[in-house]
Design a protein. Structure first.
Length: 257
């Protein structure tokens, strides 16, 4: 299993879509250092480098990160099918469930890699602002950018870490859904488009009653900045991830490739 998992990570990170996603998420935050109107978007103005991760996550999480995830994860199945390498792999004495499980684990890890490069690029862009104690908030903790008073570097780092991990968790259902569509369609473009279309349709469900909206994963895309009790939305997102992942495993086990 470990060998399969390492193989899937190597194939995923070697794909052009994954490389492009990691490069863009790392370099895009550096643009903030040259964006003179950025302060106009922040209620209190940028006063610390710890605030830039919240800006980067807020800009990329709604559409850019899901798009990167949808394409990269869909390619894990579609590219191998197109190249004819998936069928020979399954002819070997390798359990199908282990093959798809290793792909699922790699897919679910990809959002964390994207958030890591996003935060790393943001912190590099924030060097000029410094990382000392400041009055305000990181945008990822109580009071968002306004904060609740002075904030030290250690506390700011904890808020950034919490926000980045929650943002990655928010995107895990997207990765699992993309893998499911990849198994169903065996085509990168079709699976990526289906994933993104599903997300857009769910976002358009604002006409539904609040009780129904709350069960949609897209209704919790702002979980990374939510304070207080986050247990219920977190469990819901994990249920979606587990559900899509299990359906991927079952579909792949029965799929003729």
């Amino acid at each position: 299993m470990l060998t399969l998992l390492l193989l899937e990570f190597r194939k995923m990170l070697g794909s052009r879509s994954a490389k492009l996603a990691l490069i863009v998420t790392f370099l895009l935050p550096l643009v903030w250092a040259f964006a003179p109107r950025l302060n106009a978007l922040i209620p209190v103005g940028l006063v610390s480098g710890w605030q830039l991760p919240a800006v980067s996550i807020g800009v990329t999480l709604p559409y850019l990160l899901p798009l990167f995830i949808a394409v990269t994860v869909a390619e894990m199945i579609g590219a191998e099918t197109a190249q004819g390498t998936l069928a020979p792999l399954l002819l070997r004495p390798v359990d199908r469930v282990r093959v798809i499980a290793s792909k699922l684990i790699a897919a679910l890890a990809f959002p964390f890699l994207l958030l890591f490069t996003t935060v790393t690029g943001s912190l590099l862009a924030g060097i000029a602002l410094g990382f000392g104690t400041f009055t305000g908030g990181t945008g990822l903790g109580p009071g968002l950018f306004v904060g609740v008073g002075e904030l030290g570097g250690a506390a700011a780092f904890a808020q950034v870490l919490r926000g980045a991990v929650l943002a990655a968790v928010v995107l895990m259902p997207v990765a699992a859904l993309s893998l499911l569509f990849g198994v169903l369609f065996l085509n990168t473009a079709a699976a990526a488009l289906a994933t993104f279309a599903a997300l857009i349709v769910m976002r358009l469900m604002v006409v539904l009653p609040d009780a129904l909206q709350r069960v949609l994963p897209t209704s919790h895309f702002a979980l990374y900045v939510q304070q207080g009790d986050i247990f219920q939305p977190l469990i819901l997102l994990l249920i979606y991830t587990a559900g899509f992942g299990l359906m991927s495993v079952l579909a792949f086990d029965r799929r003729d490739v």
